[in-house]
Design a protein around this ligand. Structure first.
Ligand code: NAD
Ligand code: WQD
Length: 340
């Protein structure tokens, strides 16, 4: 059934790829974003790639009046809530900004939804809510709560707020999607991850080394209890991740309640394996040097994605080589990101 989906944060990295997947699945979308970490160019390219027009509202999720006006103008069936700040280190320096933007902003959004009678939401949560897991792979029923920074705590608190909302009003249909490490870009090379300043995350940093924007990669720690001593993560292609959102919205149509799904591949790769895979995919060297561990990092983290496969009929299909090739295409075609 065709639905009209509000996508907050839809101009961002995961949001822009998700816009394309909802359009490809035949749904209508409305994008809401204050562009604090993205540009209009990403949406222009989503329109170009999809051949579809859609409304864009430039506003902040903390702006209740802007949200009320949107819900009056468009008959929204479901909300995909990506809007938020995501830099872990910055969240330690500016906790109030993160709590205000990510928690107060989410509350304002949910209030506006409730007032408009729109009670279906998919929330971008994170594997960070599991903290340092006692074992891997991580299942959805593993304990949550040992988060190490305001960003992660914000994700957990919004999950809990949504849980309480579902208790207070059993009409709510809520999906908490716990992403592992999103990487990669659309096949076209037209949209991708465009971090501002020095990238915090591994894949965009590696890509900037390969393209010659940075000299070498610092590998944060080579004394972890992992096969090669460097950190192991579950990297998931952003297009697989985006498709998981379409499946989640379709599943929520089946009934109310709170559902939690890990979105990961179930495979873990080390930092050194990532650098080597990127060299192979790009044909460019990725020199690296070992440096001390980064505060707050864990040794290893990967998903058990079986629940999503069973309940959503969703599975990540794109492997590591494709993640690196697609990142490289985006990076080499757009060495300065969306700034042409
Ligand atoms: P992104 O920064 O590219 O996208 C977030 C978008 O939200 C941006 O376009 C930004 O302008 C917008 N935004 C931020 N605050 C806003 C506000 N107050 N009002 C309106 N718009 C606002 O980040 P992303 O990687 O696409 O992440 C999307 C979501 O997924 C975030 O909630 C993030 O925390 C979550 N997530 C990301 C990762 C990751 O590693 N990329 C992992 C797990 C979860
Ligand atoms: C991956 C691995 C680093 C950069 C973060 C957030 C998490 C989630 C995803 C949103 C680690 C190593 C990295 C570098 C390195 N975000 N690394 N040199 O830390 O798994 O997760 O992003 O929800 O909440 O914490 O991802 O890409 O930063 O790091 O050696 O320059 O690469 O130590 O082992 P992480 P990452």
């Amino acid at each position: 059934m065709k639905q009209t989906i509000l996508i907050t944060g839809g101009a961002g990295y995961i949001g822009s790829h998700t816009c394309l997947e909802f359009l490809a699945a035949g749904h209508d979308i409305v994008v809401f974003d204050n562009l604090c970490n993205s540009s209009l160019e990403s949406l222009r390219r989503v329109k170009e790639l999809s051949g579809r027009e859609f409304p864009f509202v430039a506003a902040d999720i903390r702006d209740r009046a802007a949200l009320d006006a949107l819900f009056k103008t468009y008959a929204i069936d479901a909300v995909i809530h990506f809007a938020g700040l995501k830099a872990v280190g910055e969240s330690v320096e500016k906790p109030l900004l993160y709590y205000d933007n990510n928690i107060a902003g989410s509350i304002t959004l949910f209030e506006a939804m409730q007032a408009a009678g729109v009670k279906t939401v998919v929330f971008s949560s994170s594997a960070t809510v599991y903290g340092d897991p006692a074992s891997v792979p991580i299942r959805e029923d593993f304990p949550v709560g040992a988060t190490t920074n305001p960003y992660g705590r914000g994700k957990l608190i919004v999950e809990q707020i949504l849980g309480d909302l579902a208790i207070s009003d059993p009409e709510w249909r809520i999906a908490l999607l716990r992403y592992f490490n999103p990487v990669g870009a659309h096949k076209s090379g037209r949209i991708g991850e465009d971090p501002r300043g020095i990238p915090n995350n591994l894949m965009p940093y590696i890509a900037q080394v390969a393209v010659g924007r940075r000299e070498y990669l610092n590998v944060w720690g080579n004394d972890y209890p992992t096969p090669d001593g460097t950190g192991v993560r579950d990297y998931i292609h952003v297009v697989d991740l985006a498709q998981g959102h379409v499946k989640a919205v379709e599943k929520l149509a089946a009934g109310p309640g709170v559902r939690i799904w890990n979105l990961g591949t179930g495979c873990g790769y080390s930092v050194v394996e990532m650098a080597q895979a990127f060299e192979k995919a790009s044909g460019h060297p990725v020199p690296y040097q070992f440096a001390p561990r980064r505060a707050g990092d864990i040794a290893q983290c990967w998903a058990d994605p079986a629940l999503a496969e069973r309940e959503l009929g969703w599975k990540a299909r794109r492997g590591l080589d494709e993640m690196c090739e697609d990142t490289w295409r985006w990076q080499s075609l757009n060495p300065q990101g969306f700034e042409e």
